[in-house]
Design a protein around this ligand. Sequence first.
Ligand SMILES: Nc1ncnc2c1ncn2[C@@H]1O[C@H](COP(=O)(O)OP(=O)(O)OP(=O)(O)O)[C@@H](O)[C@H]1O
Ligand SMILES: [Mg+2]
Length: 361
Amino acid sequence: MTEPESFYKNIFASLADGILIFSSDLKVTKVNQSAEEIFQRSKNSFEGEHLSKLFPNQPNIIEKANYSIVSQISYHHVEGIGYRKSIKKSFPVNLTFSPLVKNSPNITAGIILIQDTSLHQELQENSQQTDHLSALSSLTSGMAHEIRNPLSGIRGSAQLLLKDLKNSDQREYMEIVIEEVDRIARLVKKMMDLTRPTLQDFKQTNIHQVLKEILILEQETLERKEGVFIQSYDPSLPTIKANKDELKQVFLNLIKNAVEASPKGGQVHISTLYNTDYSFRKKQDSLSPHSIIVKIVDSGPGMTDATMKKIFTPFFTTKKRGTGLGMAISLKIIENHKGKIKITSNESIGTIIQVFFPVNK
Ligand SMILES: Nc1ncnc2c1ncn2[C@@H]1O[C@H](COP(=O)(O)OP(=O)(O)OP(=O)(O)O)[C@@H](O)[C@H]1O
Ligand SMILES: [Mg+2]
């Protein structure tokens, strides 16, 4: 039985990979919807466009496109750079070239399958950031121990003194001593969190439950700013194998940052998604075969490129009383769970954090 033409049209339109069909003079004749999305331009604007405009300054790509028609052979996994004319930006792509087999021998055309690999590359870059963490580990864990003990001595004595103090000025000073000691203690705890060997006792964990417990903690701080959490959860989200306490730390750090960045009346959107995106999955070896995504979006001021570059560097902070360890700890835990984190941030949209975890069925 032959399928109706609409059946094939539907396949063409719904494939996650971009498809370009080009003629023997290497000009585009047809594209699918994914190609429109990948290049961020409309179907009509592609028509008659030479391939060298879509993949500029890459003679090897033009050559392969040509050979695929002339010699009727395919080329797989060709790395290249695509060009988005409308925003004048390049992006990495993975291409497959094939001759288009047609009934009539004198009509020749070729197909290019396109995958946008930007996300893959960005995620890869983040993972290099934890590499230098191990060097820091032995230093801080030793130091942290040496600091903790005298700290509890100072705190205990200060509290005893506070009891006997009547003068309100003096009491205030002593309270500052205790407050600051607590601050150092929190910092030391965070340093230990960062350098402690990672835990491997993973159990099936419900991310929605983790988020619920965190939101209770952060609700009040956001309400004080007249802001709200907006939650949109995927009911089909499966559980993942994880250490719940560690995940709580991750989402507490990320949601705290979002709340701290929020302007008065700002919304913090938290959503989850069971990701079965074929093209994404295929490139994400470490995330296969399925993954879940937790997305946290704030309407804060966003980050500069310089801040984005240093965000995972331990002790990097732009806050008056920040430790700069929140993101470093989060990245370490996410990587321990074989997950990934992606950050998008700019002045007009605020900050979008996406955390990916693999689902092992
Ligand atoms: N949602 C966000 N919006 C804007 N900037 C952010 C956001 N998240 C992180 N940052 C930037 O990244 C820096 C590092 O974040 P990180 O959580 O590691 O440390 P911190 O928040 O400064 O300190 P701590 O987490 O110890 O309170 C922040 O100081 C801030 O400049
Ligand atoms: Mg933080």
